[in-house]
Design a protein around this ligand. Structure first.
Ligand SMILES: C[S@@+](CC[C@H](N)C(=O)[O-])C[C@H]1O[C@@H](n2cnc3c(N)ncnc32)[C@H](O)[C@@H]1O
Length: 260
């Protein structure tokens, strides 16, 4: 988890009234561009994070699970196996393309207690108290209005339900954040403040937001090693979300600068 200041996306920060919508479209575009790459390359690399989320959730047969920011569906697929045919899993993701990739995986023989739909953490498309467990792997740091997301998670959880989420750490502890921050210096300033891989490195503000919403959360840290054959492949994988937004020229500059 990284020492980036968590900026509360309070309404006063938005200079233009529809800035939140602009931000959400920008965020969705980021994930749209990398949805296939994510499936082909990062699903496997991030599997240890998914495994930690699943292990900590302690899912049992028959439970109803929401996977918020379901991406290509890795968490939801494992969850569906664990809750079995008497349970159900719903994956919700902001990006239509991510939802399509996840649905494609299910169509290729995935479990039939699993569905995916497009939606945002700030307005979860589900009724009140409809899940036993909410999982969110590597997503909450990208949510623009985390106060709303905290409220929404609390709303869809049944009383006594569980939330398990994973976020990245500080850049000095977490190379993926360091790489993306380095790459980010070569791109445009994002139209929204306070979102990005390291945005919940200090999760205290979000813990308060969860607390205000009625969720008593605690933070635990685990270290996970990633192995790469060389710097080139590490850079490609770990700076990927950010470099996908750069022109090829700026991408090259960012790479050279990080290599030196
Ligand atoms: C790093 S990916 C993680 C995907 C998956 N949970 C995993 O661990 O492999 C982050 C995902 O969060 C989604 N996302 C970003 N902001 C979101 C929001 N406000 N509501 C729902 N999903 C969001 C993105 O579209 C993307 O699929």
């Amino acid at each position: 988890m990284c020492p980036d200041k968590v900026m509360r996306p309070d309404k006063e920060q938005w200079s233009v009234p529809n800035q939140e919508q602009v931000g959400r479209e920008w965020q969705s575009g980021v994930w749209q561009r990398i949805s296939s790459l994510y499936h082909d390359e990062w699903d496997e690399r991030f599997a240890p994070v998914v495994d930690v989320v699943i292990r900590r959730a302690g899912l049992v047969a028959g439970e109803g699970v929401l996977d918020l920011g379901s991406g290509t569906g890795s968490v939801a697929m494992q969850a569906a196996g664990l809750v079995g045919p008497t349970g159900r899993v719903v994956g919700v993701d902001l990006s239509k393309e991510m939802v399509e990739v996840a649905r494609g995986r299910v169509a290729e023989g995935g479990p039939d207690n699993l569905t995916f739909q497009q939606g945002s953490g700030e307005g979860i498309p589900a009724s009140d108290q409809s899940f036993d467990v909410v999982l969110s792997s590597l997503t909450l740091m990208y949510v623009i209005d985390r106060t709303a997301a905290a409220r929404e998670i609390a709303r869809v959880l049944r009383p006594g339900g569980r939330l398990v989420a994973a976020v990245w750490g500080r850049p000095d502890e977490c190379d993926i954040v360091r790489f993306q921050q380095a790459a980010g210096q070569f791109g445009e300033t994002p139209p929204v403040p306070g979102v990005g891989p390291g945005a919940l490195a200090d999760p205290s503000s979000f813990i308060e937001q969860l607390d205000d919403a009625g969720i008593n959360a605690k933070v635990e840290t685990e270290s996970i090693d990633f192995e790469f054959a060389d710097f080139q492949s590490a850079w490609h994988a770990m700076a990927g979300v950010t470099i996908s937004q750069l022109s090829s020229e700026r991408r090259q500059e960012a790479h050279v600068s990080s290599w030196n």
